[in-house]
Design a protein. Structure first.
Length: 384
């Protein structure tokens, strides 16, 4: 009998925790280090892969994702060793997608050639802005010209090249964002991740905002207009929104991230990495120790996990809904019912359908274009 995770697939996430500098908006588990023991980190990753392979053997792996931090600071030999160990640990899909995140400051042709030779097939560049003033405000170490150079280098070596942009930045106008987005699309990209700037607690931006020193953030209506313009411009260029913040030409979607959104299983290794693993028919949430040194020490003693907790069926149903409704394709309500033990409230679904927030086709439920800007409110209504 098929287990629920098989509806979403199986992937591996590898977290590299180091960066050249900490961006003021970033709340990821990233650290600046003067010296890195690359051989020691490689050994720790390989040990974790071997441990998880014993725990969940014989699964077909569909994706590997090197995230961070700045994974393009990893030695290519480390990336190659992780990929080789993963291929030995699990059978892999014929179309295995291997993604590596990169910052334009850490790009040079030789390194990218080595990553491609190791098996990396997709690179995601953290461009974030296409003008130098905003890049400085965002704490980025690269210029717009360097970002474009990195993109051109990446296109020579990888089947898929994506990049990220942040909008609703300080003092940004709607016209400026539209022009910037059209410039990005002119580069013949087939995938863009487009995020509205959010101010998170525990970040430099969060501290400035709390102190009233973060000026020029757009009003809510302007940010909403930027979101709508993003959908229109990308759609006209053939990069439809397949997820709230991600746009792609057909077939160019991020396969690894689809594992998350379709609520599959994934192994998470490296400091602070999260995972979802079905073991003996029971899905578990896993977390790794966040501090790099603590994680490596824990791995040498047997496991880098700080937590492995079973998830109830109702918790899984909530996670499935939260992740799946981010996708344009939506969710299978029959799958949700199987997880929850009860169907979604028909009255609430009908109300949301009547006001144009969701659509129902057979057993599938999806959020409409009108509902996506208020997705959190839609989710609250369905989960209340």
């Amino acid at each position: 009998m098929a287990e629920d995770w098989q509806s979403g697939g199986f992937g591996l996430y590898v977290h590299w925790p180091f960066c050249q500098a900490k961006c003021p908006y970033c709340d990821f588990n990233s650290h600046v280090a003067q010296e890195i023991d690359h051989a020691g980190w490689r050994d720790a990753y390989l040990q974790e892969i071997a441990s998880y392979a014993k725990l969940v053997p014989d699964r077909v792996l569909g994706s590997i994702f090197f995230g961070g931090g700045t994974p393009s600071l990893m030695e290519p030999d480390t990336v190659a060793a992780v990929i080789e160990a993963t291929r030995s640990a699990w059978p892999v899909a014929n179309d295995l997608e291997i993604t590596l995140e990169a910052n334009p400051t850490s790009v040079e042709a030789g390194r990218f050639a080595a990553y491609a030779a190791a098996g990396v097939s997709r690179v995601s560049l953290g461009v974030q802005a296409l003008n130098d003033d905003d890049l400085r405000r965002l704490g980025r170490l690269h210029s717009a010209a360097e970002a474009m150079q990195a993109y051109e280098i990446a296109r020579k070596f990888f089947d898929r090249t994506s990049f990220d942009l942040i909008y609703a930045r300080q003092d940004q106008t709607l016209d400026a964002w539209q022009a910037e987005l059209r410039r990005a699309l002119d580069l013949a990209v087939d995938h863009l991740s487009l995020y509205q700037l959010t101010i998170e607690g525990g970040t430099a931006f969060g501290e400035r905002y709390a102190a009233g020193r973060l000026r020029g953030l757009p009003e809510e209506d302007l940010a909403a207009d930027m979101y709508l313009a993003t959908q229109e411009i990308c759609g006209a260029a053939g990069l439809e929104s397949y997820e709230v913040s991600n746009h792609a030409k057909p077939g160019a979607e991020s396969r690894h991230n689809m594992v998350y959104w379709r609520y599959g299983d994934y192994v998470g290794i490296g400091p602070g990495a999260h995972g979802r693993l079905t073991i003996g028919g029971q899905r578990h949430a896993t977390e790794a120790w966040r501090a790099p040194g603590t994680w490596r020490d824990a791995v040498t003693k047997g496991t880098g996990e700080s937590l492995r907790a079973p998830l109830s069926r109702s918790e899984q149903a909530v996670e499935h809904l939260l992740m799946g409704l981010r996708l344009t394709e939506g969710i299978d309500m029959a799958r949700h019912e199987a997880l929850a033990g009860a169907p979604l409230d028909a009255g609430r679904v009908r109300h949301l359908e009547d006001i144009g927030m969701v659509e129902v086709a057979g057993t599938r439920l999806r959020v409409t274009g009108a509902g996506r800007p208020v997705l959190n409110a839609v989710l609250r209504d369905l989960l209340t």
